[in-house]
Design a binder for this molecule. Sequence first.
Ligand code: HEM
Length: 103
Amino acid sequence: MFIAMNRFKVRPEAVEEFTEIWRSRDSQLSRVPGFVEFQFLKGPEREDHVLFASHTVWRSFDDFANWTKSEHFRAAHKNAGDNKPLYLGPPEFEGFEVVDDVK
Ligand code: HEM
């Protein structure tokens, strides 16, 4: 399994708008081969931002990589550039191989 996370440092005054963008999006993820699950996470509040992360679980790294090259990915991000004023700096991507999995 492979986990892809993208972290956003959202300006405190933009938290509601940023949350609404994610809640109201037209997600196609459940149709993508190898997609397992998705969570949108709200994390610690700091002085100048609130940390948010998208957390996506994939069957394999290759399934994730194929999604990033797909029409689904392009469609999901077609308006993402418009939202840059809502957060500090660029989003920070991190990918993880699952080493151990307990359920
Ligand atoms: C490889 C890097 C990235 C990953 C893994 C990733 C992950 C995701 C996922 C899983 C979704 C939800 C898609 C859906 O439900 O169909 C999404 C949407 C979104 N992503 Fe990314 N993303 C990446 C790059 C970026 C970048 C560079 C930006 C900012 C410029 C960005 C901003 C957004 C925004 C704002 C949305 C909500 C889309 C909307 O409905 O407007 N992402 N991303």
